[in-house]
Design a protein around this ligand. Structure first.
Ligand code: PLP
Length: 398
């Protein structure tokens, strides 16, 4: 039977398949340490859970408006004003089923067949597939380690064509953990305004920043002209340890918000009503839980970075935010492990799982084939054990 070519062209998420493989080994009794997960290992804070329980008990279990309940959209608008200096009316906010859904909604609202979307590599792997699903053409620009993985306007200029419709930026970044500075964002904003392209700004890791001198800046806050062509994407998944609740949101010009809301009304209707109440509690309740998690992540970031920089054959930059360490294994190429000559991060990732029982994410699908991503969203004890095993592996190379 002739199935959808578009669907057949989509690669399943490689991060999820590694988690699955690790699960199988665990079932066999192996002590697998996972550095592959993309979610906080903390529990959702109690006051947020309580709000959901109350929502159920009060019968808040029916449809809400497709774009989300007004109270939550107002709370998002208030958050964007207070945290990010952004002025949005609640009608410009659309609540989605996680930030992943926000991103695909945004792409579907703006793309016509053949429109090009620029994605700076390394990138979060789902962007590439989402652009394809939405009927766009993917244009990758490579950021360099030597430049601290920053996106330059020279690179943008080089790949820009009259078909360019949008650029996706991520700050803090998954997988590098880098944060874009005001001046870098200003350059991109100037470029977007000059070329009249849309910026999709993924700010899901906004609350997880560890460098004292770095502050999160929303590109849409840099002026009216860039505000008018930015779709800001954010959500509660990472900041409040709420990945399973599936609440993300977009803030955009009203005409785009209306399109996204109308598409959503046919595709999913509103995000889960109970999760919306939980997200409302997250945004309007005490924020100490966010700081407590951030502090834990900061300690882990310092530890894992200090360990890896001292190991042979690998290189990494100190992440400034999110919860990933992005490690280059290129110098291991040509060395051998128990007779196997190393030649790709994918192969090294497989060996690390099978020989040392540590699950990692090789980054070919993130646009950087010699890199492996280590998520430090796991306990300090696991990080210590896992780093011992990684060190052992590297010391055993011949
Ligand atoms: N954006 C980035 C950069 C991410 O890493 C993730 C999740 O890993 C998401 C968006 C998706 O977030 P959500 O779980 O809210 O869909």
């Amino acid at each position: 039977m002739n199935l959808s070519e578009k669907a057949l062209g989509i690669k399943p998420s490689s991060t999820l398949s590694i988690t699955e493989k690790a699960g199988v080994l665990r079932k066999e009794g192996k002590d697998v340490i996972s550095f592959s997960v993309g979610e906080p290992d903390f529990d959702t804070p109690d006051h947020i859970k309580q709000a959901a329980i109350e929502a159920i008990n009060e019968g808040f279990t029916k449809y809400t408006p497709a774009a989300g309940m007004v109270e939550l959209r107002q709370a998002v608008a208030k958050k964007l004003k207070e945290d990010n200096g952004l002025d949005y009316d609640y009608t410009q906010i659309v609540i989605n089923n996680g930030a992943k859904h926000s991103l695909i909604n945004a792409l579907m609202a703006i793309l016509n067949p053949g429109d090009e979307v620029i994605i700076p590599a390394p990138f979060w792997l789902s962007y590439a597939e989402m652009v394809r699903i939405a009927g766009g053409r993917l244009v990758i620009v490579y950021m360099r380690k030597e430049d601290g993985f920053t996106l330059t306007t020279e690179e943008l200029e080089r790949v820009y064509t009259e078909k360019t419709k949008a650029v996706i930026i991520t700050t803090p970044s998954n997988p590098t953990g880098m944060i874009m500075t005001r001046s870098q964002l200003q350059d991109i904003a100037d470029f977007a305004v000059e070329k009249d392209i849309i910026v999709i700004s993924d700010e899901i890791y906004e609350k997880l920043i560890y460098s004292k001198d770095k502050k999160h800046i929303s590109i849409a806050s840099l002026g009216k002209e860039i505000y008018d062509r930015t779709i800001t994407v954010n959500g509660v998944s990472k900041s409040y340890a709420m990945t399973g609740w599936r609440i993300g949101y977009t803030a955009s010009p009203l005409n785009i918000a209306k399109l996204m809301s109308s598409m959503q009304s046919h595709m999913t209707s509103n995000p889960n009503s109970i999760a919306q109440k939980a997200a409302l509690a997250a945004l309007t309740g005490p924020q100490v839980c966010v700081e407590a998690m951030r502090l834990q992540f900061e300690k882990r970031r310092d530890y894992i970075y200090d360990r890896v920089v001292k190991m042979p054959y690998v290189e990494t930059l100190k992440p400034e935010g999110a919860f990933y360490l992005f490690v280059d294994f290129e110098q291991t190429y040509g060395k051998s492990y128990k007779g196997t000559v190393l030649e790709s991060a994918a192969q090294i990732g497989k060996l690390l799982l099978e020989e040392k029982y540590i699950a990692v994410v090789p980054c070919a699908d993130f646009g950087m084939p010699s890199y492996i991503r280590f998520s430090y969203a796991t306990s300090m004890e696991n990080i210590q054990k896992g780093m011992n095993r990684l060190e052992e592996f590297l010391m055993e190379l011949k």
